[in-house]
Structure formats: structure tokens, C-alpha cells
Design a protein around this ligand. Structure first.
Ligand code: GLA
Length: 387
């Protein structure tokens, strides 16, 4: 993405050029959903769509933040860190400032401009990108640095505490550590990451927005988290060696089944089988086995749909229509679910057919469905720093 929009839009609005411009990518998760908050494995990649944050320091004791997607300015006082109620999106910004202060980085008064091309709420981790972008811009204005994992953890904390969204670490960690042409295998228990070269040969990864807006602060995600916590508490009583659902391998499922009711058993079965699929998918990608990777994506979707029940009809319809196209190796929901985006692994020669298939799926909002190709991209970074 070019720096031009942030630079050229900032000056007419605030009367000066920005001191710093940061680009923070969105992500898709290739496989491994609803496993991160159970200490599990995930395999996301940053995409070539990003949130752009431009900022300039001022001598005021507040931040004036303009958001392009919401076409709105919010003022955040550095004394109270109070969020402008008329601009709920600004809680992500205020949250990051509050967490920076907790890390002894004192936020400066500033003007912020937030734009880019990650649609908010579509399941492409726009909020993580916003948090990381704001944090990097403020760190730059304050001439401070933080290690990557600390930065990701701080941003997740902002989302959890200030936006009330009980998310895991995947999105923020991917945003700060991703590498172009690679997927990232993350062990969310040890926080170890491994870059997996992503060469899909003749195939491409595509994204289709279901149009159903999801929110990690919404009821479905939080309910699933609670169910996983209850299942863990129950299993820990049966076997004290189980300290996270990560400890439940596929091989132990049948033995543990009598201890859980049917719903909780299905949630645990999803986590156990999904962790195994992530390992297999990383192997399939490394050996260039596109077909196996595609099959794993589809079985991941089935597990999220039937066992974890984190999908919805619109997303399932898109997955079904894509899967029926010759040349599509696999398709699945990605991210938190309950709406949001679908991803698919498609032979380049079949892209037109796939695009026609999704255009044929009814859309409740009545607008045309867009399918776009995504490329594995670099982590968040400061593009220009004139301060
Ligand atoms: C959202 C959360 C992540 C993760 C996914 C589901 O994107 O922010 O932490 O839990 O949902 O895999």
C-alpha cells in the first residue's frame, strides 16, 4: 500500500504534514480458529490490506483522532482517557494509550488520522491492526520502542479491557510479526512463532465478505470462551494434568467424553482436532501439497460449523458454493466467525469461476459480493518518520 493517502489527507485536515505514518496489516487465519485462547495452535498470515495511521505531536493534553471509515473525529483527553461516547471506535485508541501508560510510555498530545483498506468488523482483524498502528505511531512520537511480543500483548490487553472484547493473542501477534510470503505458525501457549514459507504454486488465496458483521465483543464469541473455560475446569477435575484444552489430544477424546455434556464435548473436540489440523496443514504447506491443505481447510470449517457452532448460514452458503467450483481446493470461515469473511484456496485458472459462484449467492444487503486475492505480507511498520 502506498503512503500517499495518509500523507495527502492528513495535511488538509490538520494543517501540517504528519510526523509519522504507520502501516499495520489485516490478516486471514489459514487454519486454527478458536484455539488461541485455549493455548492452542494457529496459522495466520498478514494480508496486503492494511490500516494506515498518520500522526503528529502537539502541545495539547489530548488526542484528536479522525477515522476515515467512520468519517468522524473523536477527542480523547490524556488526563481522563475518557472515550467519546458518540465515537465508540475510539475506545481502541484510548485503550492503547492507557496500556502504553501502564508500560511507562507517557502518551503525547497528538493529531491522528486513521484510514486504510481493512473493512472494520469483517473478520480481517481490523481492530488488532488499528491497535498496533496506534501503538507504533505513539511509540514513535514518544521516541520509545517495545519488543514485539510485549507490543502484541499490550494491544490485546487494550482490546480486552477497554473494548470489552475477550480475544486471544493471534491477531495482534500476527500483525507485529508476520513476514511477506510466509504464514505464521503460532503456539499460543509458549508464544513461540515459526515462519512457514507459503508457496502455493498455481493456487491463490481469496477472501469473500459474507456481509454479516461480526464483533468479538459480541455474545457468541464470549459464550464460546466461557464454554471452553467450563469444559477445562471439568476436565481438570478428572485429570489435574490438564491445565489447558491444549493438553487434550485427539487420542484422549473418547476417554474424556463421559465427563462432559454433549455441547461441551463438541467444543473440546473442535479444539483438539483443530490443533491437529494446524500441524498437518503446516506440513502440507511446507511440502507444497495444496490439495491436502485445501482438504484440511474444509474439514476445519465443518468442525467450526458443527462442533464449535461459530459459523452462520450466510458463511456456510458461501463455503458450499465455493467448494462446488472445480479448481477450488478448500474453503472455510476465518477468524472469530458468526459472520465475517470466508477464505478459499483456488487454482488461478478457476478464479473467474469462483468469483461468478459467489456472486450467485444471495446477499441479504443486496450489494454485489466482492472476491479478492490476498498475498502474505509483512508485519506492521513505520513507513515514514519525519519527527
Ligand atoms: C478473533 C480473535 C482471535 C481468535 C479468533 C478465532 O479473531 O481476536 O484471538 O480467537 O477470533 O480464532
Amino acid at each position: 500500500m502506498a503512503t500517499a493517502p495518509a500523507l495527502s489527507d492528513f495535511e488538509p485536515r490538520f494543517g501540517h504534514p504528519p510526523d509519522v505514518v504507520v502501516q499495520a496489516p489485516g490478516r486471514i487465519n489459514l487454519i486454527g480458529d478458536h484455539t488461541d485462547y485455549s493455548g492452542g495452535l494457529v496459522l495466520p498470515m498478514a494480508i496486503d490490506r492494511a490500516v494506515l495511521v498518520a500522526a503528529r505531536a502537539t502541545s495539547a493534553r489530548c488526542l484528536d483522532v479522525y477515522s476515515v471509515p467512520f468519517d468522524q473525529t473523536a477527542r480523547i483527553s490524556l488526563e481522563t482517557m475518557e472515550v467519546d461516547r458518540a465515537a465508540p471506535w475510539s475506545c481502541y485508541v484510548a485503550g492503547v494509550l492507557a496500556m502504553l501508560r501502564r508500560q511507562h510510555v507517557e502518551p503525547r498530545g497528538a493529531e491522528f488520522w486513521i484510514g486504510g483498506d481493512v473493512p472494520p468488523g469483517a473478520g480481517l482483524a481490523s481492530s488488532a491492526a488499528l491497535e498496533v498502528g496506534v501503538a507504533l505511531a505513539m511509540l514513535s512520537l514518544a521516541s520509545k520502542k517495545l519488543p514485539r511480543v510485549a507490543l502484541a500483548t499490550l494491544c490485546r490487553q487494550a482490546e480486552q479491557e477497554c473494548a470489552g472484547a475477550p480475544c486471544g493473542i493471534m491477531d495482534q501477534l500476527c500483525c507485529v510479526s508476520a513476514r511477506a510470503d510466509h504464514a505464521m505458525l503460532i503456539d499460543c501457549r509458549s508464544m513461540m512463532t515459526q515462519q512457514v514459507p507459503l508457496d502455493l504454486g498455481e493456487a491463490a488465496l481469496v477472501v469473500v465478505d459474507s456481509g454479516v458483521r461480526h464483533s468479538i465483543a459480541g455474545a457468541g464469541y464470549a459464550r464460546r470462551r466461557r464454554e471452553c473455560a467450563v469444559a477445562l475446569a471439568t476436565l481438570a477435575q478428572v485429570d489435574p494434568r490438564i491445565t489447558s484444552l491444549r493438553d487434550v489430544g485427539e487420542g484422549r477424546l473418547s476417554k474424556l467424553r463421559p465427563s462432559l455434556d454433549e455441547t461441551l464435548f463438541r467444543r473440546v473436540r473442535h479444539v483438539a482436532t483443530e490443533n491437529a489440523r494446524v500441524v498437518e496443514a503446516a506440513g502440507a504447506i511446507s511440502s507444497g501439497d495444496v490439495e491436502r491443505f485445501g482438504r484440511l481447510m474444509t474439514s476445519s470449517h465443518v468442525s467450526l460449523r458443527d462442533d464449535f457452532q461459530a459459523s452462520c448460514v450466510e458463511v456456510d452458503d458461501l463455503v458450499a458454493s465455493l467448494s462446488a467450483v472445480k479448481g477450488v481446493h478448500g474453503a472455510r470461515m476465518t477468524g472469530g466467525g458468526f459472520g465475517g469473511c470466508v477464505i478459499a484456496l483456488v487454482d488461478r485458472a478457476a478464479l473467474e469461476r469462483a468469483s461468478a459462484a459467489v456472486r450467485g449467492v444471495p446477499n441479504s444487503r443486496g450489494d454485489a459480493r466482492e472476491m479478492f486475492v490476498v498475498r502474505p505480507s509483512d508485519a506492521a511498520r513505520v513507513l515514514s518518520n519525519d519527527g
